[in-house]
Design a protein around this ligand. Structure first.
Ligand code: NDP
Length: 280
């Protein structure tokens, strides 16, 4: 089957170049973006994510400030830090790296960030805006998926899109965004019956179940577009996604690899959100 591999590295590089140019234009107008990143604890994966976000900021010309707080930080102390940053005019974006230690209520923390500085797009006000078609910050990973599809010239309008996963940061906003693009959208989750029957209807399948190589060829309609949001390490410690790429690729018309698909888009879209925070 004639298919192509969607190059998330290339597309994310294009977006970062665009953000860089726009950041320069904004600076000429006297406006500059700055991102405050808060990390609580010593989770090694979170440390890598934070480092990559700082690197991306540096590249596109957005100032980044990092606050690395000890594991024992209390919820109260974290709320206080967020309150300070909300009030600081020179901070235009705030991001709290998730997951947080279990003694801190994530929902409370997300709600404490000013919606105007919520560059992750997790605050209920931004989530609500997305649902009713108002502008606001959009969760970076699903926003990145839409960019991947559009910049790969894949039509979304009128097509059957199946999203497997209904988390607040991936599945649900993904479905809302596809709906906004006029797709016919089905959301599946762990209680969905006959999952294969549903996914086999998909012209575009978005895999976000958080299970390595879950989607084998028998879940895929011949010629479908498959977008793999998952990130895992397999038995050989190699990165892999929710899709069994080797098995599925030949049945698709387009597919994202892991690594090099959705992953790099998340940071590129975060940079875009940081810049949107200072644009009129
Ligand atoms: P969650 O674990 O929060 O959600 C997983 C979803 O999959 C849930 O809605 C769950 O259903 C559903 N699910 C689990 N098992 C099944 C099953 N057997 N059949 C159907 N549905 C199932 O994960 P996230 O949404 O946070 O992330 C999904 C994946 O994407 C992960 O691999 C994560 O690492 C990756 N990720 C990648 C990012 C990137 O930048 N590329 C960013 C964020 C996440 P239920 O609600 O019923 O429990």
């Amino acid at each position: 089957m004639n298919n192509f591999i969607i190059d998330g590295k290339e597309i994310s590089a294009q977006i970062k170049e665009e953000v860089k140019k726009e950041a320069e234009r904004q600076k000429e107008k006297g406006k500059s973006a700055s991102l405050a990143v808060i990390l609580v604890g010593n989770d090694p994966a979170s440390k890598v994510y934070v480092k990559n976000k700082k690197k991306a900021c540096e590249y596109v010309g957005i100032q980044s400030l990092s606050y690395e707080l000890p594991e024992e930080t209390t919820e109260e102390e974290l709320l206080q830090k967020i309150d300070e940053l909300n009030k600081q005019e020179d901070i235009t974006g705030i991001l709290v790296q998730l997951p947080l230690p279990s003694h801190i209520n994530e929902d409370k923390i997300i709600c404490a960030i000013s919606p105007k500085k919520d560059v992750d797009g997790f605050h209920p006000q931004n989530v609500g805006n997305l649902s009713i078609g108002r502008s606001g910050f959009i969760s970076c990973t699903p926003a990145g998926v839409i960019e991947l599809l559009k910049r790969s010239n894949i039509d979304i309008e009128g097509r059957e899109c199946v999203v497997v996963g209904r988390s607040n940061i991936v599945g649900k906003p993904m479905a809302m965004l596809l709906l906004r693009e006029n797709a016919t959208v089905t959301i599946c989750h762990s209680k969905t019956k006959n999952l294969k029957e549903v996914t086999k209807r998909a012209d575009i399948l978005i895999a976000a179940v958080g299970k390595p190589k879950f989607f084998t060829a028998d879940y895929i309609k011949e010629g479908a577009v498959v977008i793999d949001v998952g990130i895992h390490r397999d038995e050989k410690n190699q990165l892999c996604g929710d899709v069994d790429f080797e098995q599925v690729v030949e049945h698709t018309s387009a597919i994202t690899p892991v690594p090099g698909g959705v992953g790099p888009m998340t940071i590129a879209m975060l940079m875009k959100n940081c810049l949107n925070a200072i644009k009129d």
